[in-house]
Design a protein around this ligand. Structure first.
Ligand code: ATP
Ligand code: MG
Length: 357
């Protein structure tokens, strides 16, 4: 009997949905927080479908008067994706606004969420503060967690690889799924967040060491950055302000240069650029003991970042030679995304009893 039931159950599909706002070129925070993982998952071959969304409609919620910025950054983000190794043959790259079904789903999900629930979202709270929206929050911006729930559920996503700032969005999505399924019948798939396993990558700080690296804060090292710019930014980075002499002990807590080394350095970097240390633990121990200067550590970080970013930058330059091809990829991806989202929307409307004809 049990076997019979099992045989009837469809195998659970494994589907990824994730994306980025086209508000600027992508930076190394995106890379370690989400992008690198996506490429690994893509190449693992373990997923039935992978959807990578350029969230232009979401970007417009706080850039309503700046549509040209959003438009231009669509191609920048697509170039960043492909230069990091997202392969259109394996991952479906698409533009959010070209899938109108997502807005319709959002509209129906809005009935399942209260204003006070949205007000409790800590990420949205801090973003409202950063943008100086205190008394004039655009309604679209305030409700973007609901539109993210639509993006995720439209593709029956099971896995959402993102940075830590997205945790409240995933919780909100799960609540919407539960509510929908309990009121209308089980039509939606519940997703799981997939956070970076490396602590330093959860929320990479900006080069100023203050907040998370973010396009909107101007504290970024971009994936497309030229080599001399990377060096300049690394050499200006925040370390331990009390470490004023090489001989005195230095602190690792809040020391951005070491956070970046935690996120980016690999054993082979030590062999190639700093062979007098076997690994990062040895370098850290020396810094804490005293006798290791910031400049030496920064020079090493510069070598590490140069080694990681050079191949990405070179691939990007190649891709830039054929921009129409990149748009073609996005067009095809958007068409496929729309056909999948339309099927979900039909299922949702059926469940909601709005299927009259
Ligand atoms: P904006 O300032 O426009 O919000 P952003 O830099 O925060 O831009 P998003 O497009 O909002 O970037 O985020 C895209 C993805 O990258 C999300 O999964 C987010 O968690 C991840 N991410 C963004 N910044 C970081 C960071 N500093 N460290 C780790 N992950 C990050
Ligand atoms: Mg953001």
């Amino acid at each position: 009997m049990a076997e019979e039931i099992k045989a009837k159950e469809a195998p659970k599909r494994k589907v990824i949905l994730t994306g980025d706002r086209p508000t600027g070129r992508l930076h190394v925070g995106h890379y370690v927080g989400s992008l690198k993982r996506r490429v690994e998952l893509q190449n693992s071959g373990e997923y039935d479908d992978i959807y990578i969304m350029i969230a232009d409609a979401q970007a417009l919620t706080d850039n309503a008067d700046n549509p040209e910025k959003v438009r231009q950054n669509i191609i920048e983000v697509a170039l960043d994706y492909m230069s990091c190794g997202l392969d259109p043959a394996k991952s479906n790259l698409f533009i959010q606004s070209q899938v109108p079904e997502l807005t319709e789903l959002t509209f129906y999900y809005m009935n399942l969420v209260t204003v006070s629930r949205l007000q409790r979202n800590p990420t949205v709270k801090s973003e409202i503060q950063q943008r100086g929206f205190e008394t004039s929050i655009p309604v679209g911006f305030f409700t973007y967690p609901i539109s993210q729930a639509a993006d995720i559920t439209a593709f029956d996503a099971t896995t959402v690889p993102v940075g830590e700032d997205q945790m409240p969005m995933l919780e909100q999505t799960k609540e919407i799924v539960h509510k929908f399924n309990s009121v209308y019948g089980k039509a939606l798939v519940e997703p799981e967040i997939l956070l970076p396993s490396n602590q330093a990558c959860l929320r990479l700080p900006g080069i100023d060491g203050k907040a998370k690296m973010s396009k909107s804060l101007g504290n970024c090292i971009y994936l497309s950055e030229e080599s001399d710019e990377i060096k300049k930014k690394v050499m200006s980075m925040f370390t331990d302000p009390t470490h004023i002499k090489v001989s005195v002990p230095g602190k690792l807590e809040g020391n951005t240069v070491f956070t970046y080394l935690d996120a980016f350095s690999k054993p082979e970097h030590f062999e190639a650029f700093l062979p007098e240390y076997a690994n990062l633990d040895e370098l850290k121990a020396h810094y804490q003991r005293g006798g290791l200067g910031d400049v030496k550590v920064k020079r090493f970080l510069n070598e590490v970042l140069q080694a990681e970013l050079a191949p990405i930058r070179e691939r990007r330059k190649e891709l830039m030679k054929d921009i129409p091809y990149v748009y073609e990829v996005l067009k095809k991806g958007s068409e496929k995304a729309e056909s999948v989202a339309a099927a979900t929307l039909a299922r949702v409307k059926n469940a909601m009893r709005i299927n009259y004809f």
